[in-house]
Structures are given as C-alpha cells and as structure tokens.
Design a protein around this ligand. Structure first.
Ligand SMILES: Nc1nc2c(ncn2[C@@H]2O[C@H](COP(=O)(O)OP(=O)(O)OP(=O)(O)O)[C@@H](O)[C@H]2O)c(=O)[nH]1
Ligand SMILES: [Mg+2]
Length: 267
C-alpha cells in the first residue's frame, strides 16, 4: 500500500491544497499527528494510511517505546517510502505522558503549526480529523470529545462508561474547566499553546497528564473547543493502562486543584 498517490503533491508545501481545511492566508499550515505506540503492530500502518487519506497534508510521528511486537520496525520500513511518516524510537516503556512530551518536543523543534495526538488502537477514528483540523483554525486547542452532542462511545461496558463519566465530572468540579471530555487523548494544540503552557513541567503521565493539560491551557487564557467524536473500543492488541492509573489520576487532579502550579498567561 505504500507509498500513497498523494505524496508528491502533499510534500510540495509551496502549493496549498484547497481541500485541506487548515489554510491560513497563502500558506498551508503544517500539522503533525503524534501516535504513541506500545505493541500496536496490528494497528499502526492501517491507521497511518487512513490518516493520510483523510488529511493528506499532515505528517505523522510515531513515538514507539521499544515495542516487543516490532511496531517500530514496521514504521521504520514503511517510512522509507513515505516521507510523511516519521519514527521516534525510545528504548523502553516510558509512559504515555512522556511519549506525548517527546512528540511535542519534536513538533516544536520541527516548526509544525499544529500538533495533534491520537491513540493508535482504533479508538480514535481518523474520520474525525478534518473537523478537528477545521476547528483548530479558530481555537487554540481542540478536543475530540465523547461528551458533547453528536459524540459518544461504542462497545464499552457500563462500568467503563460510569468511570469515565465520573472522572470527567470530578475534573470539571475540582479544576473548574469548561470542557466535558478531559481524559480524551484525541487533541489538537496550536504551537503557541505548547510554547506557553509548558507541558514539560507537568509531573504526571496517563490520564492526569491530559487533565492537567486542559487545565493549563484554559488557565493560560487560550480558547478550547470540543468536536464530537465516537470513541470505539481498541481494535486489536491489549490495553496498557492499569487500574491503579485511575487512582493516580484522581489524586493528581486533587493536588492540582489544591496547590495549582504556576502557569504562564497567553501573550
Ligand atoms: N510510546 C508509548 N505509548 C504508549 C504507552 N502506553 C500506552 N501507549 C499508547 O497510547 C495509546 C493509548 O493506550 P491504551 O492502552 O489504548 O490506553 P487507553 O486507551 O486509555 O486504554 P483502553 O481503553 O484500555 O484502550 C495507544 O496507542 C498505546 O499504544 C507507553 O508507555 N509508551
Ligand atoms: Mg485505548
């Protein structure tokens, strides 16, 4: 399947694509999708292909933590014939939050204008990407949200729904954020947001990283919006989030509410 037919056109950044939603004035916006992976060999290339199909001008950075199932090798091989697909290999499983940070560093250093994050397990469908990119023309941060009209969850048992609902209720209550899906990892940040709110200062991983990021962005005075997405249970492979993560996240939200770290305001 590699390389895809759009490559030559998409790589020529001096020609803005009229169909690409993120076009400011005369120049195309450079968007980077970060895909953190740990044992996602079954999912990573099909998902990358789908992303390039719906948003041909985006690039992808896979941050792989030495997956024993060979995810990194697959991406390296595919990247030889697909210049939009990049790989950052790390030596061991260092956690989701730190994978996002490594991706943010790469995105900022690489001069990308918009930096997105998506799970690589099929839960975050690329069909929502155009709407997210479109909203990013107007808003500093966009969340692909399960909990706004039009959004939802399929294939989740009642207790997962209840936990997720409660986690969001608790976060809204304690952190006073206006958003409804604060544990969602399907996001788009404008580079100015990441340059200002210092994600590298967030001292937590997993869900609490995501919650603290929403809080920091809101607190800094940036605009945040939610675009509805339908979240699907992972397509293949195993979950890497253990149940203790929930308690850690709840504790971290409480600490952030009671002893808020300093956050720079938007310039
Ligand atoms: N690089 C890296 N990626 C990770 C790590 N842990 C999880 N991931 C990836 O992060 C994404 C989300 O992880 P999941 O295990 O699906 O976590 P989740 O979606 O909260 O949990 P489930 O609902 O059980 O799927 C997936 O793409 C994982 O492969 C990690 O330590 N390092
Ligand atoms: Mg998942």
């Amino acid at each position: 399947m590699w390389p895809l037919p759009e490559i030559r056109l998409a790589q020529n950044r001096s020609i803005p694509l009229p169909s690409f939603p993120l076009v400011y004035a005369a120049r195309a916006v450079r968007a980077l999708v970060i895909l953190p992976t740990y044992n996602e060999a079954a999912n990573v290339l099909p998902l990358s292909r789908e992303i390039f199909t719906v948003a041909p001008a985006t690039e992808i950075l896979v941050v792989d933590d030495g997956s024993p199932d060979g995810t990194g090798d697959l991406v390296e091989e595919a990247g030889r014939s697909e210049a939009r697909l990049h790989l950052l290999r790390r030596s061991g499983k260092l956690g989701l939050g730190s994978a996002y940070l490594a991706g943010f560093r790469h995105g900022l250093d690489g001069g990308y204008d918009a930096i997105l994050t998506m799970d690589c397990d099929g839960s975050h469908h690329p069909r929502h990407l155009p709407a997210i990119l479109d909203a990013a023309r107007e808003f500093d941060m966009v969340i692909g949200s399960r909990y706004v009209p039009g959004g939802g969850v399929v294939n989740w048992p009642w207790y997962r729904r209840a936990l997720s609902w409660f986690a969001n209720f608790y976060t809204r209550l304690l952190l006073r954020v206006p958003t409804h899906d604060n544990t969602a990892g399907y996001r788009c940040y404008r580079r100015e947001v990441l340059e200002t709110v210092d994600p590298f200062g967030v001292r937590s991983s997993g869900y609490s990283f995501l919650e603290e990021m929403v809080w920091r962005v809101h607190r800094a005075g940036f605009s945040v919006t939610e675009v509805p997405i339908v979240f699907e249970e992972r397509r293949g492979g195993k979950s890497k989030i253990d149940s203790s993560e929930m308690y850690r996240a709840a504790w971290h939200v409480l600490v952030t509410a009671l002893r808020p770290p300093p956050v720079r305001r938007k310039p």
